[in-house]
Design a protein around this ligand. Structure first.
Ligand code: GCW
Length: 704
């Protein structure tokens, strides 16, 4: 009988594969282990599961393990409550107060093997959940990506998705359909997709989500919406996920009908205290508020002559009795044409270091401008020893070609995390600042702006699933390499065939640098299409604000190109430690990827490559576009190893990406040529289109 069952299961899963994979199952496919010897081995260690814990999170752990194993092994794996024959996988909470439990903390786990049994032990239920997924990942990747046995612990406490989802179902900067949250159907209807979303997050260690956009509607704090929030929190809780909300700082006026939202006004303070108490009556383990204040038109304490610290501390006081957090964003900048946006968050927040209450975290974007394809790390990471800083990455590809471009973001995340701030001398990488090692931060947070939406495959571009995956894995352990994460994801999602795995891994690993080359090489930044942030618009001179134009950033003129941020220019470099200034401060030694971030370079200055700036710029743009063509060719080689629907989808998107790369190349080369007044290097074929044609193509995106 079991044989017949496994045969049927096998036929079912292979038929499923042959009939196309729509991407819904993400990396949680649990298809039969294809290598028969391994399947036999795994089957012998996973004949039973023992679960004696009764809390909701431990139960989820057992059920997830069971679901996964049944798929991988092609036969049922019964759960039993008593101990424990050989061939059992046992999930067990350790008694409180032992050295082991202290060591494992709230979410760590230990996997061991003894007497023919595997045990996953943890001090708290969340550890069992993450341990179950670790074991499954090991089998899903056929043991090829890391060690199973030993102690595993997250390096960051709050591993969080920020959804920029609006009440009417749209998503700001979302490229994968509408919001997953069906506010008008909640709380009565629970879309089963909420559960699948929670499973995916739990499987990569994400334990917190902010449900709504930081440009926040006040309606989420009304009783009607709190009921909806409660419904989602109830779904996510058994997966170890806490819910947070973005708030509108003017809520006391908007909802409370008070005359002011001044954070030092006693009535305002009382209103927030009451409101926070009310939130906890719906969601007893509510996480806290995320706040965008005095940024891009959002209300905040400064309208009342108060500081960010005054605003944050007022909310922190309201959360203190409940154990919640205030996550206050540092993404602020003012429209000063003579200023340098690069410096503004630093100038506003650095003086406030030490003034924030103990349950406030300041959330800083990875770079000083805004999620560009490449940015130097934000100078605040080296400058706030007394304030826990959270990392904010963007997983959704606002400036990285939306969902038509294949851009694997782990290398971008790692580049920032691995950058040395020198906050406490050598070895003060951004990662060690935000994980609390350098300054002993009591609270540690890594947030990612989500790329999920209602598209069947969740992320629009199917390969962008890898970015959701990579974010979670790096938030759990920022020491993991981009290559390992790419391999895990590829094996779990696409194929186990080793040459195809290698090809796909290489495709992923090179993709971000390719994007940088054809869009913003050598440290160019913020020269994309106005408003929508898609395609090139380097000629953009006028906008509602000077720091929303392109010329503000690239500063092209007859002499050269780039933003001088040395002492002769805006002196933004001065915000970094002397060691960092030394690294980036001189045009002759500044690494080329950062060159135009910090220097205005003459067109005919020879660079370390032996070419002049102008020639190098052209070479980069052409190489970037050629690399997309090479990506198309490489993708073709994996055709017989990946699902046909998936294959065709990626093939189409790569073709679109190639068209867009050529647009970037031609638009930028032709536009910058109007300043350099030089011909292209001899071996490059000049664009067939004119600058006027390129402008028309880009203008199409601006039409209503
Ligand atoms: O990247 C910019 C986006 C805005 C966004 C803002 C922010 C939510 O263009 O859409 O608003 O940053 O991070 O607050």
């Amino acid at each position: 009988m079991p044989r017949l069952f496994s045969l049927l299961f096998f036929l079912f899963t292979t038929a499923f594969f042959a009939n196309a994979d729509d991407g819904y199952r993400l990396w949680l496919k649990y298809d039969l282990v294809s290598n028969p010897a391994l399947r036999k081995e795994y089957a012998s260690i996973a004949r039973f599961i023992t679960c004696s814990e009764n809390d909701p999170v431990s139960k989820t752990a057992c059920l997830e393990l069971q679901t996964g194993l049944q798929g991988l092994l092609g036969r049922p794996v019964p759960i039993q409550s008593s101990l424990s024959k050989p061939g059992t996988i046992e999930l067990l909470l350790l008694p409180k107060g032992t050295a082991d439990t202290d060591n494992l903390g709230k979410e760590g786990f230990k996997i061991q093997s003894a007497r023919g049994r595997i045990s996953i032990t943890a001090a708290q239920p969340a550890g069992l959940l993450y341990g179950a997924f670790e074991l499954l990942r090991y089998m899903q990747t056929e043991g090829k990506t890391g060690d199973l046995f030993g102690v595993h612990r997250p390096r960051i406490q709050l591993r969080m998705l920020n959804h920029w989802d609006n009440p009417l179902g749209t998503i700001e900067r979302g490229y994968a359909g509408a919001s997953l949250w069906k506010w008008y159907e909640l709380p009565e209807t629970i879309d089963p997709r909420y559960i699948d979303y929670a499973r995916a997050n739990a499987s990569i260690g994400i334990n917190a989500v902010v449900l709504n956009n930081v440009n926040a509607s006040a309606r989420f704090l009304t009783p009607e919406y709190l009921l909806k929030v409660k419904a989602l929190a109830d779904v996510f809780r058994p997966y170890g996920i806490k819910v947070f909300l973005s708030i509108n700082f003017a809520s006391p006026k908007i909802l409370g009908k008070l005359k002011t939202s001044d954070p030092l006004d006693p009535q305002v303070r009382a209103w927030w205290q009451g409101k926070v108490r009310e939130v906890y009556s719906y969601v007893p383990d509510f996480g806290g508020f995320l706040v965008k204040a005095n940024s891009e038109g959002e209300p905040g304490p400064q309208e009342h002559g108060r500081t960010h610290a005054d605003g944050a501390n007022m909310l922190a006081e309201a959360f203190r009795p409940h154990g919640g957090l205030v996550i206050w964003r540092a993404f602020v900048y003012s429209p000063d044409p003579r200023g340098d946006r690069f410096k503004e968050a630093y100038q506003e927040f650095k003086p406030l270091d030490g003034q924030f209450a103990s349950n406030v975290v300041v959330q800083v974007k990875n770079g000083p401008i805004d999620f560009q394809p490449r940015e130097p790390f934000h100078p605040l990471f080296g400058a706030m020893p007394k304030t826990p800083l959270a990392m904010e990455f963007q997983i959704t590809q606002e400036y990285l070609g939306f969902s038509t471009n294949l851009v694997y973001l782990a290398p971008l995340f790692k580049e920032c995390l691995d950058s040395d701030t020198y906050a406490r001398g050598n070895g003060s990488a951004v990662a060690r600042v935000i994980d609390g090692t350098i300054h002993d931060y009591p609270i540690t947070v890594m947030a990612g702006v989500a790329n999920t939406g209602s598209d069947r495959n969740w992320t629009g571009h199917p390969m962008s699933q890898a970015n959701w995956y990579a974010f979670g894995r790096l938030a759990w352990d920022h020491q993991l390499s981009s290559a390992r994460i790419a391999e895990e994801w590829t094996r779990m999602t696409l194929t186990q065939e080793s040459s195809a795995v290698t090809t796909i891994k290489e495709l992923l690993l090179g993709s971000r640098e390719t994007y940088v080359r054809f869009a913003t090489p050598l440290g160019l930044h913020h020269i994309m299409g106005q408003g929508i942030h898609f395609g090139p618009e380097p000629w953009l001179m006028r906008s509602a604000r000077p720091d929303w134009t392109s010329i503000y950033y690239h500063r092209a003129d007859s002499l050269g190109l780039g933003f001088d941020r040395t002492a002769q220019g805006s002196n933004a470099l001065n915000l970094y430690a002397p060691e960092v200034q030394k690294q980036w401060g001189y045009p002759d030694s500044c690494p080329l990827p950062y060159l135009l971030w910090f220097h205005h370079i003459p067109w005919d200055k020879p660079l370390s490559t032996g070419r002049t700036l102008w020639d190098e710029l052209c070479v980069q743009y052409y190489a970037g576009a050629d690399e997309v063509a090479a990506m198309q060719a490489r993708w073709k080689t994996v055709k017989s190893y990946v699902d046909p629907e998936w294959y065709a989808d990626v093939q189409g998107r790569l073709a679109a990406q190639h068209r867009e790369a050529l647009n970037w190349r031609d638009a930028c080369v032709l536009y910058f040529q109007t300043f350099s007044k030089k011909p292209l290097p001899a071996n490059l074929v000049p664009p067939k289109r004119t600058l006027e044609e390129m402008k028309r193509i880009v203008e199409i995106y601006q039409l209503r």
